[in-house]
Design a protein around this ligand. Structure first.
Ligand code: SF4
Length: 355
Protein backbone atom coordinates (compact mmCIF):
# COMPACT_ATOMS: atom_id res chain seq x y z
CA UNK A 1 0.00 0.00 0.00
CA UNK A 2 1.63 3.32 -1.02
CA UNK A 3 1.84 6.49 1.10
CA UNK A 4 -0.77 8.41 -0.93
CA UNK A 5 -3.26 5.58 -0.53
CA UNK A 6 -2.62 5.55 3.23
CA UNK A 7 -3.10 9.34 3.40
CA UNK A 8 -6.34 9.09 1.42
CA UNK A 9 -7.69 6.31 3.65
CA UNK A 10 -6.72 8.30 6.72
CA UNK A 11 -8.47 11.45 5.42
CA UNK A 12 -11.54 9.38 4.54
CA UNK A 13 -11.60 7.89 8.04
CA UNK A 14 -11.60 11.33 9.61
CA UNK A 15 -14.26 12.84 7.33
CA UNK A 16 -17.88 12.16 8.26
CA UNK A 17 -19.70 9.61 6.12
CA UNK A 18 -21.95 12.37 4.79
CA UNK A 19 -21.48 16.13 5.05
CA UNK A 20 -24.21 18.33 3.59
CA UNK A 21 -23.32 22.00 3.63
CA UNK A 22 -25.49 24.95 2.60
CA UNK A 23 -27.54 22.75 0.27
CA UNK A 24 -29.97 24.69 -1.88
CA UNK A 25 -32.23 23.03 -4.44
CA UNK A 26 -34.23 25.08 -6.93
CA UNK A 27 -36.77 24.27 -9.63
CA UNK A 28 -37.66 26.02 -12.86
CA UNK A 29 -41.25 27.25 -12.90
CA UNK A 30 -43.32 26.28 -15.97
CA UNK A 31 -42.81 29.81 -17.21
CA UNK A 32 -39.02 29.87 -17.76
CA UNK A 33 -38.98 33.65 -17.23
CA UNK A 34 -40.51 33.33 -13.76
CA UNK A 35 -38.13 33.20 -10.79
CA UNK A 36 -36.92 29.75 -9.72
CA UNK A 37 -38.73 28.00 -6.89
CA UNK A 38 -36.59 27.06 -3.90
CA UNK A 39 -37.45 23.65 -2.44
CA UNK A 40 -34.44 23.30 -0.11
CA UNK A 41 -32.79 26.34 1.42
CA UNK A 42 -29.31 26.33 2.95
CA UNK A 43 -29.54 22.93 4.66
CA UNK A 44 -26.46 21.65 6.51
CA UNK A 45 -25.83 18.54 8.56
CA UNK A 46 -23.30 15.74 9.00
CA UNK A 47 -23.82 12.03 9.46
CA UNK A 48 -21.26 9.74 11.03
CA UNK A 49 -21.04 6.01 10.29
CA UNK A 50 -23.50 3.97 12.31
CA UNK A 51 -25.63 7.01 13.20
CA UNK A 52 -29.10 8.14 12.17
CA UNK A 53 -30.20 11.61 11.10
CA UNK A 54 -33.96 12.15 10.92
CA UNK A 55 -35.52 14.75 8.63
CA UNK A 56 -38.91 15.66 10.05
CA UNK A 57 -41.76 17.87 8.88
CA UNK A 58 -45.06 17.89 7.05
CA UNK A 59 -45.31 16.99 3.36
CA UNK A 60 -43.82 19.68 1.13
CA UNK A 61 -41.15 20.79 3.61
CA UNK A 62 -38.16 19.77 1.45
CA UNK A 63 -37.24 16.46 3.11
CA UNK A 64 -37.57 14.26 0.05
CA UNK A 65 -35.85 16.84 -2.21
CA UNK A 66 -32.90 16.88 0.22
CA UNK A 67 -32.73 13.08 -0.05
CA UNK A 68 -33.00 13.07 -3.85
CA UNK A 69 -30.23 15.68 -4.07
CA UNK A 70 -27.95 13.44 -1.97
CA UNK A 71 -28.70 10.50 -4.28
CA UNK A 72 -28.21 12.65 -7.41
CA UNK A 73 -31.78 11.83 -8.43
CA UNK A 74 -33.42 15.25 -8.65
CA UNK A 75 -36.06 15.60 -11.40
CA UNK A 76 -34.91 17.30 -14.61
CA UNK A 77 -36.51 20.62 -13.67
CA UNK A 78 -34.55 20.78 -10.37
CA UNK A 79 -30.90 21.35 -9.58
CA UNK A 80 -28.52 21.92 -6.69
CA UNK A 81 -27.81 25.64 -7.05
CA UNK A 82 -25.63 26.10 -3.96
CA UNK A 83 -23.81 24.07 -1.36
CA UNK A 84 -22.07 20.73 -1.35
CA UNK A 85 -22.80 17.10 -0.48
CA UNK A 86 -19.69 15.17 0.52
CA UNK A 87 -20.19 11.40 0.68
CA UNK A 88 -17.13 9.43 1.81
CA UNK A 89 -15.04 12.49 1.05
CA UNK A 90 -16.32 13.08 -2.51
CA UNK A 91 -18.68 15.86 -3.57
CA UNK A 92 -21.75 14.16 -5.06
CA UNK A 93 -22.84 17.42 -6.72
CA UNK A 94 -19.69 17.40 -8.86
CA UNK A 95 -19.98 13.76 -9.98
CA UNK A 96 -20.97 12.74 -13.48
CA UNK A 97 -23.99 10.45 -13.94
CA UNK A 98 -21.60 7.58 -14.71
CA UNK A 99 -19.70 8.12 -11.44
CA UNK A 100 -22.97 8.34 -9.52
CA UNK A 101 -24.10 5.02 -10.99
CA UNK A 102 -21.08 3.28 -9.49
CA UNK A 103 -22.01 4.31 -5.92
CA UNK A 104 -25.81 4.49 -6.16
CA UNK A 105 -27.38 1.18 -5.14
CA UNK A 106 -23.97 -0.01 -3.92
CA UNK A 107 -22.31 2.46 -1.50
CA UNK A 108 -25.53 4.41 -0.94
CA UNK A 109 -29.11 3.27 -1.44
CA UNK A 110 -32.55 4.74 -1.08
CA UNK A 111 -35.76 3.18 0.17
CA UNK A 112 -38.48 5.08 -1.63
CA UNK A 113 -41.79 6.08 -0.12
CA UNK A 114 -44.00 4.49 -2.76
CA UNK A 115 -42.88 0.95 -3.68
CA UNK A 116 -45.40 0.56 -6.49
CA UNK A 117 -43.70 3.28 -8.52
CA UNK A 118 -40.15 2.45 -7.35
CA UNK A 119 -40.34 -1.21 -8.44
CA UNK A 120 -40.42 -2.23 -12.09
CA UNK A 121 -43.95 -3.59 -12.67
CA UNK A 122 -42.92 -5.97 -15.48
CA UNK A 123 -40.02 -7.69 -13.69
CA UNK A 124 -40.26 -10.35 -10.99
CA UNK A 125 -39.22 -9.22 -7.50
CA UNK A 126 -36.40 -11.79 -7.42
CA UNK A 127 -34.97 -10.61 -10.74
CA UNK A 128 -34.99 -6.98 -9.60
CA UNK A 129 -33.02 -7.76 -6.44
CA UNK A 130 -30.66 -10.24 -8.19
CA UNK A 131 -29.85 -7.62 -10.83
CA UNK A 132 -28.47 -5.28 -8.15
CA UNK A 133 -26.29 -8.09 -6.76
CA UNK A 134 -24.99 -9.16 -10.17
CA UNK A 135 -24.31 -5.60 -11.30
CA UNK A 136 -22.53 -4.30 -8.19
CA UNK A 137 -21.14 -7.46 -6.59
CA UNK A 138 -20.48 -9.54 -9.70
CA UNK A 139 -22.37 -12.55 -8.30
CA UNK A 140 -23.32 -15.45 -10.54
CA UNK A 141 -26.97 -16.26 -11.23
CA UNK A 142 -26.94 -19.03 -8.61
CA UNK A 143 -25.17 -16.92 -5.98
CA UNK A 144 -27.46 -13.93 -6.54
CA UNK A 145 -30.56 -16.15 -6.18
CA UNK A 146 -29.28 -17.50 -2.84
CA UNK A 147 -28.44 -13.97 -1.65
CA UNK A 148 -31.87 -12.70 -2.78
CA UNK A 149 -33.64 -15.44 -0.81
CA UNK A 150 -31.59 -14.54 2.26
CA UNK A 151 -32.48 -10.83 1.87
CA UNK A 152 -36.20 -11.60 1.48
CA UNK A 153 -36.01 -13.70 4.67
CA UNK A 154 -34.24 -10.87 6.52
CA UNK A 155 -37.01 -8.39 5.74
CA UNK A 156 -39.66 -10.85 6.91
CA UNK A 157 -41.20 -12.00 3.64
CA UNK A 158 -42.78 -15.42 4.28
CA UNK A 159 -42.10 -18.32 1.88
CA UNK A 160 -39.42 -16.41 -0.05
CA UNK A 161 -38.84 -19.39 -2.40
CA UNK A 162 -42.35 -18.78 -3.77
CA UNK A 163 -42.49 -14.98 -3.49
CA UNK A 164 -39.21 -14.55 -5.38
CA UNK A 165 -41.22 -15.28 -8.55
CA UNK A 166 -43.92 -12.68 -7.82
CA UNK A 167 -44.44 -9.54 -9.84
CA UNK A 168 -44.95 -6.37 -7.73
CA UNK A 169 -48.71 -6.32 -8.37
CA UNK A 170 -49.03 -9.80 -6.83
CA UNK A 171 -47.76 -8.56 -3.47
CA UNK A 172 -49.51 -6.51 -0.79
CA UNK A 173 -48.34 -2.94 -0.13
CA UNK A 174 -46.40 -4.03 2.95
CA UNK A 175 -44.70 -6.89 1.07
CA UNK A 176 -43.70 -4.57 -1.78
CA UNK A 177 -42.21 -2.16 0.74
CA UNK A 178 -40.20 -4.99 2.29
CA UNK A 179 -39.01 -6.15 -1.15
CA UNK A 180 -37.86 -2.59 -1.85
CA UNK A 181 -36.00 -2.54 1.47
CA UNK A 182 -34.36 -5.88 0.57
CA UNK A 183 -33.19 -4.34 -2.71
CA UNK A 184 -31.73 -1.31 -0.90
CA UNK A 185 -29.88 -3.56 1.55
CA UNK A 186 -28.57 -5.90 -1.17
CA UNK A 187 -25.04 -4.49 -1.32
CA UNK A 188 -24.78 -3.57 2.40
CA UNK A 189 -24.51 0.16 1.56
CA UNK A 190 -22.62 2.56 3.81
CA UNK A 191 -25.47 5.07 3.56
CA UNK A 192 -29.19 4.31 3.48
CA UNK A 193 -31.71 7.03 2.80
CA UNK A 194 -35.14 5.85 3.87
CA UNK A 195 -38.12 7.99 2.87
CA UNK A 196 -41.06 7.05 5.14
CA UNK A 197 -39.98 3.38 4.91
CA UNK A 198 -42.52 1.99 7.36
CA UNK A 199 -45.62 4.05 6.55
CA UNK A 200 -47.39 1.18 4.74
CA UNK A 201 -46.44 -1.47 7.31
CA UNK A 202 -48.21 -2.71 10.41
CA UNK A 203 -46.49 -2.10 13.74
CA UNK A 204 -44.89 -5.53 14.12
CA UNK A 205 -43.27 -5.38 10.66
CA UNK A 206 -42.39 -1.74 11.32
CA UNK A 207 -40.53 -2.90 14.43
CA UNK A 208 -38.66 -5.57 12.41
CA UNK A 209 -37.61 -3.07 9.74
CA UNK A 210 -36.42 -0.50 12.28
CA UNK A 211 -34.44 -3.23 14.07
CA UNK A 212 -32.97 -4.32 10.76
CA UNK A 213 -31.82 -0.78 9.93
CA UNK A 214 -30.48 -0.38 13.49
CA UNK A 215 -28.53 -3.64 13.24
CA UNK A 216 -26.96 -2.55 9.96
CA UNK A 217 -25.66 0.53 11.74
CA UNK A 218 -24.20 -1.50 14.59
CA UNK A 219 -22.81 -4.35 12.47
CA UNK A 220 -21.52 -2.56 9.35
CA UNK A 221 -21.42 1.10 10.41
CA UNK A 222 -24.16 1.99 7.95
CA UNK A 223 -25.36 5.57 8.37
CA UNK A 224 -29.07 6.29 7.90
CA UNK A 225 -30.93 9.40 6.79
CA UNK A 226 -34.51 8.71 7.82
CA UNK A 227 -37.37 10.83 6.55
CA UNK A 228 -40.47 10.51 8.65
CA UNK A 229 -43.34 12.41 10.20
CA UNK A 230 -43.68 9.82 12.98
CA UNK A 231 -42.16 11.42 16.06
CA UNK A 232 -42.41 8.11 17.95
CA UNK A 233 -39.95 6.57 15.49
CA UNK A 234 -37.75 9.67 15.64
CA UNK A 235 -37.56 9.50 19.45
CA UNK A 236 -36.54 5.87 19.21
CA UNK A 237 -33.94 5.82 16.43
CA UNK A 238 -32.58 9.33 15.82
CA UNK A 239 -29.20 10.60 16.89
CA UNK A 240 -29.74 13.99 15.26
CA UNK A 241 -33.02 15.58 14.18
CA UNK A 242 -33.66 18.31 11.61
CA UNK A 243 -37.11 19.89 11.76
CA UNK A 244 -37.82 21.25 8.27
CA UNK A 245 -40.47 23.70 7.10
CA UNK A 246 -40.90 25.23 3.64
CA UNK A 247 -37.39 24.13 2.67
CA UNK A 248 -35.70 25.64 5.74
CA UNK A 249 -34.21 23.92 8.76
CA UNK A 250 -36.22 25.38 11.65
CA UNK A 251 -34.56 23.45 14.46
CA UNK A 252 -31.64 21.05 14.64
CA UNK A 253 -30.55 19.14 17.71
CA UNK A 254 -29.70 15.74 19.08
CA UNK A 255 -32.84 13.72 19.70
CA UNK A 256 -32.76 13.78 23.51
CA UNK A 257 -32.32 17.55 23.54
CA UNK A 258 -35.08 18.15 21.01
CA UNK A 259 -37.68 16.11 22.86
CA UNK A 260 -36.83 17.36 26.33
CA UNK A 261 -36.68 21.00 25.26
CA UNK A 262 -38.22 21.76 21.88
CA UNK A 263 -37.63 25.46 21.15
CA UNK A 264 -39.26 26.28 17.83
CA UNK A 265 -43.05 26.86 17.80
CA UNK A 266 -43.28 24.52 14.80
CA UNK A 267 -41.47 21.70 16.65
CA UNK A 268 -43.68 22.31 19.69
CA UNK A 269 -46.76 22.13 17.43
CA UNK A 270 -45.61 18.86 15.88
CA UNK A 271 -44.97 17.29 19.28
CA UNK A 272 -48.31 18.50 20.67
CA UNK A 273 -50.21 17.16 17.65
CA UNK A 274 -48.92 13.64 18.26
CA UNK A 275 -51.74 11.29 19.24
CA UNK A 276 -51.46 9.97 22.79
CA UNK A 277 -52.50 6.46 23.76
CA UNK A 278 -56.27 6.24 24.38
CA UNK A 279 -57.24 6.44 28.05
CA UNK A 280 -59.40 3.94 29.91
CA UNK A 281 -61.98 5.17 32.40
CA UNK A 282 -62.50 3.38 35.71
CA UNK A 283 -66.19 2.74 35.02
CA UNK A 284 -65.77 1.65 31.50
CA UNK A 285 -62.99 -0.50 30.15
CA UNK A 286 -63.62 0.73 26.59
CA UNK A 287 -60.71 3.00 25.61
CA UNK A 288 -61.82 6.60 25.32
CA UNK A 289 -59.82 9.68 24.36
CA UNK A 290 -60.37 12.47 26.86
CA UNK A 291 -59.06 15.44 24.94
CA UNK A 292 -59.18 16.62 21.36
CA UNK A 293 -55.99 16.18 19.34
CA UNK A 294 -54.06 19.44 18.92
CA UNK A 295 -53.41 20.49 15.35
CA UNK A 296 -51.25 23.18 13.77
CA UNK A 297 -53.70 25.50 12.00
CA UNK A 298 -53.34 26.06 8.24
CA UNK A 299 -51.23 24.18 5.73
CA UNK A 300 -47.64 24.22 4.46
CA UNK A 301 -47.34 26.95 1.77
CA UNK A 302 -46.68 25.85 -1.80
CA UNK A 303 -43.25 26.60 -3.26
CA UNK A 304 -44.55 29.60 -5.17
CA UNK A 305 -46.28 31.10 -2.12
CA UNK A 306 -43.74 30.94 0.68
CA UNK A 307 -44.42 34.05 2.78
CA UNK A 308 -41.78 36.72 3.33
CA UNK A 309 -40.13 36.83 6.73
CA UNK A 310 -40.41 33.66 8.76
CA UNK A 311 -41.97 31.02 6.49
CA UNK A 312 -44.03 29.76 9.45
CA UNK A 313 -45.46 33.13 10.58
CA UNK A 314 -48.94 32.60 9.11
CA UNK A 315 -49.42 29.52 11.32
CA UNK A 316 -47.39 30.53 14.34
CA UNK A 317 -49.20 31.29 17.62
CA UNK A 318 -46.23 33.39 18.78
CA UNK A 319 -45.71 35.51 15.64
CA UNK A 320 -44.50 39.10 16.18
CA UNK A 321 -44.21 42.02 13.72
CA UNK A 322 -40.54 41.22 13.08
CA UNK A 323 -41.53 37.70 11.96
CA UNK A 324 -43.48 39.12 9.00
CA UNK A 325 -40.71 41.52 8.03
CA UNK A 326 -37.55 39.41 8.06
CA UNK A 327 -36.37 35.81 7.84
CA UNK A 328 -34.79 34.75 11.13
CA UNK A 329 -31.30 33.25 10.85
CA UNK A 330 -30.51 29.75 12.12
CA UNK A 331 -28.64 30.45 15.36
CA UNK A 332 -26.87 28.22 17.84
CA UNK A 333 -28.93 28.32 21.02
CA UNK A 334 -26.90 25.91 23.09
CA UNK A 335 -24.14 23.59 21.97
CA UNK A 336 -25.50 21.37 19.22
CA UNK A 337 -28.99 22.91 19.39
CA UNK A 338 -29.82 25.38 16.61
CA UNK A 339 -33.09 27.22 16.03
CA UNK A 340 -34.45 29.56 13.34
CA UNK A 341 -36.84 31.84 15.22
CA UNK A 342 -36.81 35.50 16.27
CA UNK A 343 -37.77 34.43 19.81
CA UNK A 344 -34.26 33.08 20.19
CA UNK A 345 -32.27 35.67 18.30
CA UNK A 346 -29.20 36.55 20.36
CA UNK A 347 -30.42 33.84 22.77
CA UNK A 348 -33.16 36.14 24.01
CA UNK A 349 -35.64 33.46 24.93
CA UNK A 350 -39.07 34.60 26.08
CA UNK A 351 -40.61 32.69 28.98
CA UNK A 352 -43.70 31.59 27.02
CA UNK A 353 -41.50 29.91 24.41
CA UNK A 354 -40.63 27.34 27.04
CA UNK A 355 -44.26 26.25 27.34
S1 SF4 B 1 -39.84 33.67 13.93
FE1 SF4 B 1 -41.80 34.39 14.66
S2 SF4 B 1 -43.32 33.44 13.32
FE2 SF4 B 1 -41.41 32.32 13.07
S3 SF4 B 1 -41.56 30.66 14.49
FE3 SF4 B 1 -40.49 32.30 15.55
S4 SF4 B 1 -42.09 33.44 16.62
FE4 SF4 B 1 -43.10 32.13 15.11
Amino acid sequence: MDASHTRQSHARKEAPLLAVSGLTVQFHARDRNAPRLTAVNDVSFTLESGKTVCLVGESGCGKTMTALAIMGLLPNSGAVTAGSIYFEGHDVTKMTEKELQTIRGCRMAMIFQEPMTALNPVLRIGDQISEVLRLHKGLSKKQSRAATLSLLRQVGIPAPEARIMDFPHQMSGGMRQRALIAMALACSPQLIIADEPTTALDVTIQRQILDLLGNLGKKYGTGTVLITHDLGIVAEVADTVLIMYAGYVMEQADAACLFTRPLHPYTQGLIQSRPALPLCTEQNSVPRRKTRLNAIPGVVPSLGNIPKGCAFHERCPKAMPVCVAALPPLVVHTQGHCVRCWLFHNHRETPDARA
